[in-house]
Design a protein around this ligand. Structure first.
Ligand code: SF4
Length: 713
């Protein structure tokens, strides 16, 4: 059999198209993994517009993860100290329904929480929203995207009146200046970076600025690397705005006709003189001026950002300050320009569309808008007032809810919070207190399974058909190509069955994921993310498509590739909003007791908590061990040499690493990767050290920085 199946890479938000072929092909040896097991062949899909056949090592090796350590059957235990015992799905559903009904009627629906994932397909997300927010009447659905890009969501909403990256990947090859801040794109979004670097190399006039405390692979390719002190992003951008204003590099007519609140912003930026800004950021005045000059003298400026901006206690303010630069210079709504958030996960964008955060509802609606709630209540056939007007618990608020005894059922799906949450000692202690935790995942063991009472086996990539949206708003149908192992079910099937057994047969009458998607598409009608023109069949036949995609065929100028080319935004008056922010800096600053700033990040070959990449020989060998990067000056003061071990202590916990002494990290800052949980290494959890202080708007924790001390061991 030679037929290939088209799908999407299930790792990062670049969303590269893949083609998958069976292990056996006529006239060729059977494709096998390093252990000799036959595995499916994976190659880039040349016809996919986002990636044009390119893949990185993670996408190329994904098939090897399908057969390893799969969770095959539902399993149950009464207490966390007992071993799991296999049960049937019938018993599992009875158990879930009985638990949920008991909690609903004794503690109320607000005691039920679900923590989902950017690994969900849109159908999984949508069904979960309908179950929790609609039928059960609690908005306690949040996703690991809260830890990833919720600051980008709130920044876009506050500045433009709606979420949604306005740019597309073709803008990478149309910009005159690329401003990358808080993103190690070369390692975390490699195919996007390859496109940008190739274009940058071939076009000498194109400038690339990288803002990062580390000299990452991304920074090494830049014309200008600004190694600012952690937490000074807003200072830097306000300082650039000050210079752009002083030099007359601003677009008066755009500011006048398309924006509001400029005077308040102008007042703030007056304070950010070059000398003061450079001193705060720890950079040279000349470098600040060069950055402002590159931006001001470029016809088209594209900015890219990811976790370095979002994972901050002032994440929304950082996003809006970056958007301010675009607004004051008119760098939006045209090819090659705009503020472009790079999403971390493969379907974090689909989650946003389906309302998969505790303050959102499907179709780019928000919980606190009465009209939005009423529209969905009517659409879902629910009584008026069924949807709660209160935003639900965010990721960290679920942990504090467990601490306070306010959570009766915690349902975790397709994510591994026992590694990825901040302040892990506190997180794990809270998880231990959970009266009943359902953990739905494709793999076993995982760190989070240690804290579960009921395990549900989930079908994953290649085993269920559904839709994902990548960073450029491009929707791809991910088609199943292999049998599900054991008794695994698709996430949406599990949610729908629970819904039916809770008495909502009419709401969950779906028999296929295509039906779920068809209903979801209707929910987006007349919304900014409208995709009524899309269906599984349309995506299968015609291939991936960007939204907006309306069944009316109506398109505005520039759509669907770019938003806002009409220079009208989704605010009531159609104007984008400047946000005026002074920097507050890090939530936890270094002091004599904890004198260094720890920053965390990702490595090229690994994905999140290694649930997949730790089980793939090639990616595991690329990054076999955790490590800590330290500048030679700091290493010398501590008497440390390369490969010596240190104990890293914060106010919350400790971890141990061998050190890598390198000038790639600035003095005063140390770096560790976040991929290692206790399954993969002993005491090397980056998040044992981090704190849960959140951005007040996005509720995204500051996973990127905390104060630590180092003790040689
Ligand atoms: Fe997959 Fe991202 Fe690599 Fe593309 S860049 S192959 S989406 S991990």
């Amino acid at each position: 059999m030679t037929d290939s199946t088209k799908t999407l890479c299930p790792y990062c938000g670049v969303g590269c198209g893949l083609e998958v072929l069976p292990p056996a092909q006529p006239g060729k040896p059977i494709n096998r993994d390093s252990a000799g097991t036959p595995i499916w062949q994976v190659r880039g899909d040349r016809a996919h517009p986002s990636s044009q056949g390119m893949v990185c090592v993670k996408g190329a090796t994904i098939a090897e993860s399908l057969n390893k350590d799969r969770l095959l059957y539902p399993m149950l235990r009464d207490t966390l100290t007992q071993p799991f015992r296999r049960i049937t799905w019938e018993e599992a559903f009875d158990c879930i329904v009985q638990r949920m009904q008991t909690v609903r009627y004794t503690q109320g629906p607000e005691a039920i929480c679900m923590y989902g994932s950017g690994q969900f397909q849109t159908e999984d997300y949508y069904t979960a929203q309908k179950l929790l927010k609609g039928c059960l009447g609690t908005n306690n659905f949040d996703a690991n995207s809260r830890l990833c890009m919720s600051s980008a969501v709130s920044g876009y909403i506050q500045s433009f009146g709606a979420d949604g990256p306005p740019c597309c990947y073709d803008d990478l090859e149309l910009a005159d200046c690329a401003f990358l801040i808080g993103t190690n794109t070369a390692e975390c979004h490699p195919i996007i970076f390859n496109r940008l670097r190739k274009y940058h190399k071939q076009n000498r006039h194109v400038k690339m600025i990288v803002v990062d405390p580390r000299e990452t692979a991304t920074a090494q390719a830049a014309d200008l690397h600004l190694a600012i002190r952690p937490g000074t992003d807003i200072d830097l951008m306000n300082g650039m705005a000050h210079l752009l204003m002083r030099w007359g590099h601003f677009d008066v007519s755009f500011i006048d006709e398309c924006t509001a609140n400029f005077p308040a912003f102008a007042q703030v930026m007056q304070d950010y003189t070059p000398e003061m800004t450079a001193q705060r950021c720890g950079i040279a005045v000349e470098d600040l001026e060069t950055a402002a000059r590159y931006w001001g003298e470029s016809e088209r400026v594209l900015s890219l950002w990811s976790m370095g901006v979002n994972q901050s206690s002032e994440g929304t303010a950082k996003v809006r300050t970056l958007i301010n630069l675009h607004l004051m210079t008119g760098q939006i709504g045209k090819p090659g320009a705009g503020p472009f958030s790079l999403t971390g996960q493969p379907n974090a964008m689909g989650g946003r569309e389906a309302g998969g955060l505790a303050h959102l509802l499907p179709g780019y609606r928000v919980v606190q808008n009465p009209q939005h709630r009423a529209e969905l209540e009517q659409f879902w056939g629910l009584k008026p007032g069924q949807i709660s007007p209160h935003p639900g618990r965010t990721a960290w608020e679920m942990i504090t809810g467990l601490e306070q005894g306010d959570v009766g059922v915690l349902w975790i799906a397709a994510t591994n919070p026992a590694v990825s949450m901040p302040d892990l000692e506190r997180t794990k202690a809270a998880l231990k207190r959970s009266p009943f935790t359902i953990y739905q995942d494709a793999y076993f063991p995982t760190e989070t399974a240690e804290y579960a009472h009921l395990l549900l086996p989930a079908a994953q990539w290649g085993e269920k058909t559904g839709v994902m949206t990548n960073s450029e708003r491009r929707v791809t149908l991910c088609q199943a190509f292999r049998d599900r192992p054991g008794e695994a079910k698709a996430d949406w099937e599990i949610f729908a069955e629970v819904g039916r057994r809770l008495g909502f047969a009419q709401q969950f009458a779906f028999t296929t994921s295509a039906e779920v998607y068809a209903e979801f598409a209707q929910v987006t009608r007349d919304r900014p993310c409208e995709m009524t023109g899309l269906s599984h069949e349309r995506l299968r036949v015609k291939g991936p498509a960007q939204w907006p995609c309306r069944d009316s065929g109506q398109v505005k100028p520039g759509e669907p590739a770019r938003l806002y080319q009409e220079l009208r935004f989704h605010t009531p008056d159609g104007r984008a909003r400047f946000g005026a922010y002074h920097s507050r800096g890090l939530a936890e600053r270094p002091d004599p007791e904890y004198p260094l700033v720890l920053t965390t990040g990702r490595l090229y070959g690994h994905w999140h908590t290694q649930t997949r990449t730790g089980r793939i020989e090639k990616t595991r060998q690329m990054h076999p061990n955790p490590f800590l990067e330290i500048h030679p000056r700091d290493a010398s003061e501590l008497g440390l040499q390369d490969k010596d071990w240190v104990e890293v202590r914060s106010r919350r916990g400790l971890a141990r690493f061998p050190v890598t002494v390198t000038k790639a990290i600035a003095p005063g800052t140390v770096f560790v990767p976040m991929h290692w949980g206790f399954l993969w290494a002993d005491q090397a959890e980056a998040n044992a050290l981090t704190h849960p202080e959140c951005c007040p708007d996005s509720k995204q924790p500051e996973l990127k920085a905390c104060a630590v001390q180092l003790v040689p061991i």
